[in-house]
Design a protein around this ligand. Structure first.
Ligand SMILES: Nc1ncnc2c1ncn2[C@@H]1O[C@H](COP(=O)(O)OP(=O)(O)O)[C@@H](O)[C@H]1O
Ligand SMILES: CC(=O)N[C@@H](CCC(=O)OP(=O)(O)O)C(=O)O
Length: 299
């Protein structure tokens, strides 16, 4: 028998791995949908960490599907082109020119950047949009907003902003079975043949629901859902979310995020988690350790 005892720091690494064991066993073979927000794409180092996490999930037998945003990047490109952009309830009002720019930035630039990061981390990725293999078919979003003076709900025309009305996830399962990580841009064809810009949270939630994902992660630039005093809400159900939205605690870009979490868990996703993408390896910490981070949404 040897009396060699590894240094504490080395033993701690072994403990980290054994702490992960029950999660590795629980999640092998399951599908995780990961929404990677434009704000979470921060710097190159964070992007590298994110890609490593995704490749690690694949390596341990989980099937990650990445759905990305790019709101700030679309905004920057529109600014360069001198095009004004407006948001209603967290959605970008999208005329034909804006839809064209959104598709170029999302499906052209950002999609392939993420593919390249995954490649650099040793994974194989294929970038597609909702248009490919009819993954998603969209319909024009119908929205109402209270009129500023009378308070009466009025229809607002958001242009080419789509809601996913049909999702055929077979292309995603096919890619996953070939050891490929799908990376999806939130653009789709409408039933009318037009190109629609879809909020990336909404797109990701629809895909998570159609795949019956075990987990749905939304990586953003806040710790999770915060209450009025800035406290992180670590556990929320649809009823509490409705209260926080009605009293204005949840606003702007957080609205489509929580709406999509509720829709996903109601469609059969086990749990949705809103996470801080600015934290290095936020996903690994959430999945493989006992302490969750972020806001967990369950039914
Ligand atoms: N209750 C809330 N808790 C946390 N963030 C909120 C809340 N209400 C509104 N927000 C806003 O939502 C933003 C996240 O949405 P968004 O900017 O669309 O991110 P992403 O680009 O990651 O999709 C936060 O940065 C914050 O400004
Ligand atoms: C209709 C609509 O709002 N589409 C979004 C699509 C990108 C997106 O959602 O990106 P984030 O996740 O980074 O915010 C937009 O044009 O900004």
């Amino acid at each position: 028998m040897t009396d060699y005892r590894p240094p504490a720091a080395l033993l701690a690494k072994a403990e980290t791995l054994t702490e992960a064991l029950p999660y590795l066993q629980r999640y092998a073979g399951k599908t995780f949908v990961i929404k990677y927000g434009g704000h979470a794409m921060g710097d190159a180092e964070l992007a590298r960490d994110f890609a490593e996490d995704v490749v690690l999930l694949k390596a341990v037998g989980i099937n990650p599907v990445v759905v990305h945003g790019g709101g700030p990047q679309i905004g920057a490109m529109l600014k360069r082109l001198g095009v004004e952009s407006q948001f209603v309830g967290g959605l970008r009002v999208t005329d034909a020119a804006t839809a064209e720019v959104a598709e170029m930035v999302l499906a052209g630039k950002i999609n392939k950047e993420i593919v390249a990061w995954i490649d650099a981390a040793g994974g194989r990725a294929i970038g597609i949009s909702g248009k490919d293999a009819r993954l998603v078919v969209a319909e024009k979003v119908q929205r109402t907003e209270p009129d500023r003076n009378s308070g009466i709900e009025r229809h607002v025309d958001l242009g080419f902003v789509g809601d996913p009305v049909a999702v055929d996830p077979s292309i995603l399962t096919m890619l996953a079975s070939q050891n490929v990580i799908p990376v999806v841009a939130p653009v789709a064809l409408g039933v009318d043949g037009h190109t629609y810009n879809i909020n990336a949270d909404t797109m990701a939630g629809a895909i998570a629901g159609a795949l019956g994902a075990a987990r749905f992660f939304l990586l953003t630039d806040v710790a999770g859902v915060l209450d009025k005093s800035g406290e992180l809400q670590s556990d929320l159900d649809p009823a509490r979310i409705a209260e926080l939205t009605a009293d204005g605690t949840i606003s702007g870009g957080m609205i489509p995020k929580v709406e999509t979490c509720v829709a996903a868990v109601e469609a059969g996703v086990d749990a949705a988690v809103i996470l801080d993408g600015r934290v290095p390896h936020a996903m690994l910490l959430e999945i493989f350790t006992r302490q969750g981070v972020g806001t967990l949404v369950r039914r």
